[in-house]
Design a protein around this ligand. Structure first.
Ligand code: FES
Length: 121
């Protein structure tokens, strides 16, 4: 098990130690950090945070499309830290999470990976 630090950029730079085994949401909540969440399986997007430095493994998430991933969003209920990271947390980090689909529709390459891939038959 490896430990990493999480710096919360929009919480005065507060720093917490986490391991690479458990989801960030669970570990930060155990440290007393107040975070929004819902489903806890990576499907509802409520727990999204913006990663501004470092890397995570969030292969289990299904909530984000490719544009949201490109904008740095990570799904804390399934993401594990794979380096020291810096996050912006809470709803104030969601400025680029939701778009008006009529004013700003997703391009094909920005769709979720499983939607963007044409299915045979
Ligand atoms: S709590 Fe639903 S995606 Fe994380």
């Amino acid at each position: 098990m490896t430990t990493h630090t999480v710096t919360l950029g929009n919480r005065g730079g507060a720093i917490y130690e986490v391991n690479d085994r458990r989801p960030l949401l669970e570990q930060l909540r155990n440290h007393g950090v107040d975070l929004p969440y819902g489903c806890e399986y990576g499907g509802c997007i409520t727990c999204a945070a913006k990663l501004t430095a470092g890397t995570v493994d969030q292969r289990r998430q299904v909530a984000l499309n490719n544009r949201q991933i490109a904008n740095g969003y990570v799904i804390l209920c399934v993401a594990r830290a794979t380096s020291d990271i810096t996050l912006e947390i809470g709803v104030e980090s969601h400025d680029k999470l939701y778009r008006n689909p009529f004013l700003d529709p997703l391009k094909p390459h920005e769709l979720k990976a499983d939607i963007a891939t044409p299915k045979e038959g």
